[in-house]
Design a protein around this ligand. Structure first.
Ligand code: SF4
Length: 330
């Protein structure tokens, strides 16, 4: 809104014009500035000289037999990002990307293998939401696509502001989850400036083992992240969850269960177990469903609310980063 006010001041419009423009953009969902019919023709011409609405359709879509769809959007001259649409019984979730590629280099991740190609702008993040053909059906949003959202925190926070503000799309923050590899400074800023849910990728409670999976552990340890979360007054509306990809024979043992229960002591949270989606050249495997369920039940027995995320879109390159890598290599 501050940026819209600055625009209206620059072209000498009255103060209320910023709100009118926001209404056209986020409530009436127009395709062109020309459609802002309560602004004068001259004003529309002035706006059109410097700005555009910024709507760009996806360049392709892959559809899974389970209804999940993966869209590719083109950004940053010939780079591609992935956006997933995941319908469920009562929910329809969009999973957005926040960067093209990623710097974090998690060894189990195809996006990490692409390396970093650039931060997405607020427009490029929001366009995935607004230009999704299923936009009207969406009930939830997760920032769990390509990239590390808190490594692009300024644009991510702006996009959250637009989605959750009354003058914007008016969504409740409790419909949105931002996932992070665990950047200390980013977590602090996010907890202070947003009211959306936070998901932290844990994947192992042991420093050394987590460090082999996620290089970020060397500078942003689990203990440091947990202490930030413990010290923060999390209100009852807000959810903190820990993502845990199960790797067969590695992080699925009773030792891990015991240590998870110890380190998460006193944190009101849930663990979300994720089944590993294989990527080319990876030595990791997912344990069978029986082991996964046993792991979940053991955590519940320790008093930790635990869920298993259903694998979706396995027939359309479910692992994040696979589709865009294929497109880039064409
Ligand atoms: S898992 Fe997330 S943070 Fe890690 S490399 Fe992949 S996209 Fe980046």
């Amino acid at each position: 809104m501050n940026e819209l006010i600055a625009v209206t001041k620059r072209i000498k419009l009255p103060g209320f014009a910023a709100k009118q423009i926001a209404d056209w953009l986020y409530k009436k969902e127009i395709q062109s500035i020309e459609e802002m019919t309560n602004l004068s023709k001259k004003t529309r011409e002035l706006l059109s000289a410097d700005y555009e609405i910024g709507i760009r359709a996806p360049v392709s879509v892959s559809e899974s037999s389970d209804g999940t769809k993966k869209y590719l959007f083109q950004v940053l001259e010939n780079k591609y990002i992935e956006t997933a649409y995941i319908p469920d019984k009562e929910h329809a979730t969009i999973c957005v990307s926040s960067q093209a590629g990623c710097k974090m280099g998690c060894i189990f991740c195809m996006t990490g293998k692409q390396g970093f190609q650039g931060n997405l702008t607020t427009n490029e993040i929001l366009n995935q939401f607004r230009s999704l053909p299923e936009f009207k059906e969406l009930t939830n949003m997760v920032y769990m696509g390509m990239g590390e959202p808190l490594d692009n925190i300024t644009e991510v926070l702006k996009s959250l502001d637009i989605i959750t503000s009354e003058w914007g799309y008016g969504w409740s923050p409790t419909r949105i989850t931002v996932s992070t590899v665990g950047l200390k400074a980013g977590i602090k800023e996010f907890l202070e400036k947003s009211r959306c849910h936070l998901a932290v990728s844990l994947h192992s409670p042991f420093d050394e083992e987590r460090g082999t999976l996620m290089p970020i552990q060397r500078t942003n340890s689990v203990e440091e992240i947990l202490s930030i979360i413990r010290d923060y007054d999390i209100n009852s509306q807000r959810r903190i969850s820990f993502e845990y990809i199960l790797f067969k024979g590695m992080n699925d043992t009773p030792r891990h269960i015991k240590e998870l229960a110890r380190i998460l002591n006193r944190i009101k949270c849930r663990i979300n177990i994720i089944r590993f989606h294989p990527i080319p050249g990876s030595q990791f495997e997912s344990p069978d469903l029986k082991t996964t369920i046993k792991f979940k039940e053991a955590l519940i027995a320790k008093g930790i609310l635990t869920t298993i995320r259903t694998s979706r879109g396995v027939d359309i390159q479910a692992a994040c980063g696979l589709l865009s890598t294929l497109e880039q290599n064409k």
